[in-house]
Design a protein around this ligand. Structure first.
Ligand code: ASP
Length: 467
């Protein structure tokens, strides 16, 4: 049956072996996670679900309180503040396999409630956290997949990842890196390139035989609103050493051969070029690169290439509002050497934050935290919180920092996603017994649903039609 039928009769759907095996696999990974972490001195501590907002960048799910009429709990987007408080309390190695709740638009790899392996350690630096959890991932792959990673996982800075692959979770199973060729395209009266902030080319090895129809299809694909490119320019490197391109009118063979040299293209290859604003062109090219990598089968389906992405910016600028947001969350510490830039050039401040990406999937992320009241207040200030807002939302954490808070840091892994990735599948729903659909509904039990009048009265809630 289709997805809707499967979800409505989920209890029958999960009788089938493909799903049953996934759930058994997930159970085994769970057991190994607990074993590894417990063997490394971590203890599992549960933290509450009825709390108040934890800013991880999504909307909160809220729960009305009957005993405190007119007031609401928020479900945790993560146990972030609680695990930091546990560090202040002297529980130096914490973990929890825990549900998190985020009200955001859904995709095949997102669920409104999902599970994290959430961890925190005291008296550590970035490398300590990275080594400990690289150890966990290696252990899981060895136990469950018989795959041995002999070397340390490579590291790449955020800036380098964006520059070379257009993504902060680069798929390192294949090359096809970006080439910036604006300098080679200037002054030929080709307005599209002349007006562009950047011109990026990638070389698709062996794709010189793509037909016109195929290239038209790729062009329409990058022009879809989801990707948003204005057009796609190609250069075929013919077997006889000549070039055929969609911009032959503007660029002669000598020019095109310079582009090809720059991209290390050889006979039989295809160059694809996008131009425009730097950040959007990088994103568009990243999509095209991922699609071509898959189509040209530039990697094996059962190959795993992990990479740590480090040195994230502390803030990102919301182009619409002009405000700065925390790129991870507001408890992430800035690099010591960048603290002085907090107010003068916030966009330049780098964070002690790291993500682990495997095959282009972000499986985990974390940071070394701020453990000092004054610095935390400064960062809230940069994020536009007033003193009153800070005190009412995060006063408990700032107060805790006055009672001997150790330096601490941690990480959280998306557990559903990690299981799907390890089992070589794309859809995290196939690793969750009773998932929600794309509109956040459970169609089997028909939730969410309306409250009856008695419940509404008890909760002091009135539904106003216009809203
Ligand atoms: N709380 C973070 C998250 O949910 C992870 C972390 O910083 O440890 O993404």
């Amino acid at each position: 049956g289709g997805e809707d039928i499967r979800m409505k009769y989920r209890y029958l759907d999960i009788r089938r072996n493909p799903i049953k095996n996934n759930l058994i696999f997930r159970h085994q990974v769970t057991m190994e996670v607990r074993k590894y972490l417990s063997d490394h001195g971590f203890i599992e501590v549960e933290t509450p679900y009825l709390i108040k907002s934890t800013p991880e960048g999504a909307r909160d799910f809220v729960v009305p309180s009957r005993m405190n009429e007119g007031q609401f709990y928020a479900l945790p987007q993560s146990p972030q503040t609680f695990k930091q408080l546990l560090m202040v309390s002297g529980y130096d190695r914490y973990f929890q396999i825990v549900k998190c709740f985020r009200d955001e638009d859904l995709r095949s790899d997102r669920q409104p409630e999902f599970t994290q392996i959430d961890c925190e350690m005291a008296f550590v630096n970035q490398q300590d956290v990275i080594s400990t959890f690289e150890g966990l991932i290696k252990y899981l792959f060895e136990k469950e997949k018989n795959i041995l990673f002999k070397n340390a996982f490579p590291k790449i800075t955020f800036n380098e990842a964006i520059k070379r692959f257009g993504s902060d979770k680069p798929d390192m199973r294949f090359g096809m890196e970006f080439n910036y060729i604006k300098d080679l395209t200037k002054g030929f009266n080709f307005k599209v390139f002349d007006d562009a902030q950047t011109v990026i080319a990638i070389c698709a090895k062996g794709a010189g035989n793509f037909t016109r129809k195929k290239i038209d299809e790729l062009t329409n694909w990058v022009k879809r609103p989801q990707i948003g490119a204005k057009g796609l320019i190609y250069v075929k490197c013919n077997e006889d050493g000549s070039f055929k391109s969609s911009v032959d009118k503007f660029f002669n063979q000598t020019c095109l051969s310079k582009w090809a040299d720059n991209c290390k293209a050889e006979k039989g290859d295809l160059l694809l070029v996008l131009s425009g604003k730097k950040s959007s062109t990088q994103k568009q090219m990243s999509e095209l690169r991922l699609r071509l990598g898959k189509e040209l089968e530039l990697y094996k389906k059962d190959e795993y290439q992990p990479v740590w992405v480090v040195d994230f910016p502390l803030f990102e600028l919301d182009e619409e509002s002009g405000d700065f947001h925390a790129m991870h969350h507001p408890f992430t510490s800035p690099k010591n050497e960048d603290v002085d830039l907090l107010f003068s050039s916030p966009e330049k401040v780098r964070a002690n934050a790291y993500d682990l990406a495997i095959n282009g999937v972000e499986v985990g992320g974390g940071s070394i935290r701020i453990h000092d009241r004054i610095l935390q207040e400064k960062v809230f200030n940069c994020l536009g919180f007033t003193k009153d807002e800070v005190n009412s939302q995060f006063g408990f954490l700032l107060n805790a920092f006055e009672y001997g808070a150790p330096p601490h840091g941690g990480i959280a892994f998306g557990f559903d996603r990690l299981c799907a990735l390890m089992a070589n599948q794309d859809n995290i729903r196939d690793f969750i017994a009773f998932p929600k659909n794309n509109s956040g509904r459970d169609t089997m039990i028909d939730a969410p649903s309306e409250l009856d009048d008695i419940q509404k009265k008890e909760l002091g809630i009135k539904i106003i039609d216009e809203i």
